[in-house]
Every structure is written in structure tokens, then in C-alpha cells.
Design a protein around this ligand. Structure first.
Ligand code: ZN
Length: 462
């Protein structure tokens, strides 16, 4: 392996990728990459939100370690300072040319990369039902510049990061269709709603039940009917297809270049999208599979194995230590990320995980709903400080997380085991979780439960 091409998609759920079993979406390029290499079935984001997730995986740390725990605005994040080891700093110090194209939202974690400016290129919608916004326009510029870079001759080995923004354009689409709509157009055959479109709402944590009050996209969707949600899913798959198309152009450019045979390709997402599960849209204050379980694929130079799928519990913060081990670069060991390099080389993992964690604090600071997720081999445990709410799901028998077992006496031992895992995780990662304050003003908790009961506005500018 000489070079590394890292492709990131923004807001892509594993559940929305053909290679992982979705038959309604079109992702031929991601699927063919998966066929060429190794995909991880249980890869999790450390935080289902852009900035914290990105600050985390570029540095191999948990978001709270660099205090990158919101998308900012009224919430004051810390800054990822230059002394925090990052993919960019470690590889540039080792003589690689580190270049970044596309969306950053990294809170400083891209230090060491030469970040190329993005200038959106406008173009007409491919389908009249799916409006285009800055995400898609930026992707066009990012793809063109990346293809141009790949076509050049390189004196030094490179680490090239391409941050594609789609399917994030679904957020603007939701904004265009606030409230119930009868006049939506779309494909002749709309995708079916997910199995967990309807769940018992009363069993969900209060912080999740009121995400309509904290998150304007959830407020926009609060009056949608079943058909509106099917159109949402169709639109989401459309933007996923657009992301896949950009990825295809990148992979074609790599294939045609001098670097074709000696480049490792990594594909992953920062976090997923709710996909209408529990009538939720985008991502906010929850840890369900749709928003936390992300695609993660390694292919090309340095990867031994084709069309293989591993079920180890991994974090997208494993990116940095994995790349370092493959390249023979020293990586700090006191970080959350762990190297997956042995699996990619056809060997056994030196140190596997018994559980993988994710966290939530706030989007913009108007409501603060600290939460933690512990995903073990068979279960998922979520703990929110507000109301001391807990969730426990049996992912083997209930993969769509429809039945919260936290109050079921038959699972009291499993619950205790997972509480202990959370205590251990908090201690091992110097996590202030249990000391954090909840901020959930009465104004954002005053309607009858149920998104359809939401009235008025959400927290300002959220
Ligand atoms: Zn509400």
C-alpha cells in the first residue's frame, strides 16, 4: 500500500446501502467496492451528528475527549488543538501528502491536511421531485476537484480524503415539505416504510419523545402522513444514489490513474439517518440503528479478502489506528480507536471489543440531553440523564429495536451488566457523563407526547 483514499458520506445509514441488504436503493458503486474488499456489519459512529462524529474519527478519540460535543451555535465546544494527534498530523509527519476535499465540520481535527476550498457548482435537479441545495452543489465541485487530483502524477505518497455531503440534502428536502402534503410526486413505486415505522411511543425516553421540540426537521415532519414518510424515504434514497454516483466517478478516476494498484480505499459515513423509523427524520437525541450503525468498507491495496463481511463491534474512530498500523506509523495507544489492520490482513484481531459506545449532548445548545449508548454483542443499552431514562434492546431477536426491555424483570441481569459496561466506559474514557447537566426548558416539554401533537416552533434556530 502506497496511498490512501478515504471517502466519507454524510448521513448515510448502513440500512440504506445495497451491499448491506437494502433492495430499494441504488448504490452500485458502493456495492462493487464492498465486493472487492471487506465490509463491517457492526460499525458505529461515536455521535450521530456531523461535527462531533468528524472531530472523533479524524483523531481516534471520543467526542467528549476533545469536547467536540455539539454542532456549536449557542453551545461552546472546545477546539481540537494541533497537539492532538490526527490522521493529518501523523501522516504528514511521516512524509505523506495529506489533502482534503469537501465538507469539513471537523472542529480543527483536520489539522495536517491541506484543505481545498469548496465552491458549489449549481445544476438542474435530476428528478423534479427532488430539489437540490448546497450539499449536492458542493459535491459536484468536490468530485470534479478530486477527479482532477487523482489524474495527476504524485511524487509523494498521498492520503486523500473526500467528504461527500449527500445524502445530507434530505435535510433541505424536509424543509421544503413541512406539514402534511397531498401533492408530492416521486417514483411510480414508493419504498415501503421500515418495520419500526410505528413503535410504542410511551416506552421511549423523554429526550427522544420531545425531539420535535429540539430539532426543527422533526418539527417539519410532525404532521406528515404515511404517504409523506414514504416519499421521504424515496427522496432519501435519491440523495443516497447521488452520493453513490459521485463515489463512482472517484473510483473510475482512481482506476484510470497511475495510483490504481497501490491505493487503499476506505469508505464510511459520519452517522446515519432515521429513515422514518419511529416517524423520526434525520438524526437527533437517539441511538437507534438507523442513525448510529454506519457502513464501513476497506478495499484495494493492503486488503486481503474479497466480498467478506465481519461482525466485530467496531467504531469509526478505528480509522486512524488502522491506517497507521497498515502504513507502519506509530499511533497513540491511549485513544478510543483500535486498529482493525489484522482483520484486513487476514489475521485475528489482537484486541476486540465487548461493547462499542456512542454519545449525545446537544445539537445547537438550546436543549441539552446528555445520553450514552453501549452496544454489546447481542444488546443495546441507552441511558439518558433526563428523567434517568433507559432503553435495552435485544438486537438478535428484535433488530428493529421495537421493544424496550429496560423495565422487564426477565432482563434485570442483562440491564445490570450493561449499566456496569457504561460505568466502565465512562471510567476508561475519562467521560464526565454522570456530572453533566440537563437543559430541557419547560417550553420544549409542554405538549401531549407524540410528534403529531407538536405545535408552534421548536427551540429557536435549532
Ligand atoms: Zn414537540
Amino acid at each position: 500500500m502506497k496511498n490512501i483514499l478515504i471517502i466519507i458520506s454524510d448521513q448515510l445509514s448502513k440500512r440504506a446501502v445495497g451491499a448491506y441488504g437494502n433492495e430499494d436503493v441504488k448504490t452500485p458503486n458502493i456495492d462493487s467496492l464492498a465486493k472487492q474488499g471487506i465490509r463491517f456489519d457492526n460499525a458505529y459512529t461515536t455521535y450521530p451528528l456531523c461535527l462531533p462524529a468528524r472531530a472523533a474519527f479524524w483523531t481516534g478519540t471520543m467526542p467528549h475527549n476533545t469536547w467536540s460535543v455539539s454542532n456549536e451555535n449557542r453551545f461552546k465546544n472546545g477546539v481540537v488543538t494541533e497537539d492532538v494527534p490526527s490522521v493529518g498530523s501523523l501522516f504528514s509527519a511521516a512524509g505523506y501528502e495529506c489533502i482534503h476535499f469537501g465538507k469539513r465540520h471537523d472542529n480543527g481535527a483536520l489539522h495536517g491536511f491541506n484543505c481545498i476550498d469548496v465552491n458549489g457548482i449549481k445544476f438542474e435537479p435530476i428528478h423534479p421531485a427532488y430539489s437540490l441545495n448546497y450539499d449536492s452543489f458542493n459535491d459536484e465541485d468536490t468530485t470534479r476537484k478530486s477527479v482532477n487530483y487523482l489524474s495527476q502524477t504524485h511524487d509523494k505518497p498521498f492520503v486523500m480524503a473526500v467528504d461527500i455531503q449527500n445524502p445530507h440534502d434530505i435535510c433541505s428536502w424536509i424543509g421544503c415539505f413541512q406539514g402534511e402534503h397531498e401533492d408530492l410526486t416521486g417514483p411510480d413505486k414508493l419504498p415501503e416504510l421500515l418495520e419500526n415505522y410505528i413503535v410504542d411511543f410511551s416506552q421511549l425516553p423523554k429526550s427522544v419523545q420531545y425531539s420535535c421540540c429540539a430539532h426543527r426537521r422533526q418539527q417539519h415532519a410532525s404532521l406528515w402522513n404515511d404517504m409523506n414518510f414514504r416519499h421521504y424515504l424515496a427522496a432519501y434514497y435519491h440523495y443516497v444514489h447521488m452520493a453513490d454516483d459521485c463515489i463512482g466517478r472517484l473510483l473510475d478516476a482512481l482506476k484510470a490513474s497511475d495510483s490504481a494498484d497501490d491505493t487503499l480505499i476506505v469508505f464510511m459515513a459520519d452517522h446515519g439517518d432515521s429513515m422514518g423509523s419511529r416517524k423520526m427524520v434525520t438524526k437527533h437525541t437517539s441511538f437507534y440503528e438507523e442513525t448510529t450503525n454506519v457502513p464501513m468498507i476497506f478495499a484495494g491495496a493492503g486488503v486481503s479478502g474479497q466480498n467478506q463481511c465481519f461482525d466485530e463491534l467496531v467504531s469509526n474512530t478505528d480509522l486512524m489506528p488502522t491506517l497507521c498500523e497498515l502504513a507502519g506509523i506509530d499511533c497513540p495507544t491511549n485513544i478510543y480507536g483500535k486498529s482493525l489492520a489484522p482483520l484486513l490482513k487476514g489475521e485475528k484481531l489482537k484486541e476486540g471489543r465487548t461493547y462499542v459506545a456512542s454519545e449525545w449532548m446537544s445539537e445547537w445548545g438550546f436543549t441539552i440531553e446528555p445520553g450514552r449508548m453501549i452496544r454489546s454483542k447481542n444488546f443495546k443499552y441507552n441511558h439518558f440523564l433526563e428523567n434517568s431514562d433507559e432503553e435495552l434492546y435485544d438486537l438478535v431477536n428484535d433488530p428493529y429495536e421495537k421493544i424496550n426491555l429496560a423495565g422487564d424483570n426477565n432482563y434485570a441481569d442483562v440491564l445490570e451488566e450493561h449499566r456496569a459496561m457504561l460505568d466502565e466506559h465512562v471510567a476508561l474514557t475519562a467521560d464526565p457523563f454522570f456530572y453533566l447537566a440537563v437543559k430541557a426548558d419547560d417550553r420544549w416539554r409542554n405538549h401531549a407526547p407524540g410528534f403529531h401533537n407538536h405545535r408552534g416552533i421548536s427551540a429557536p434556530d435549532s
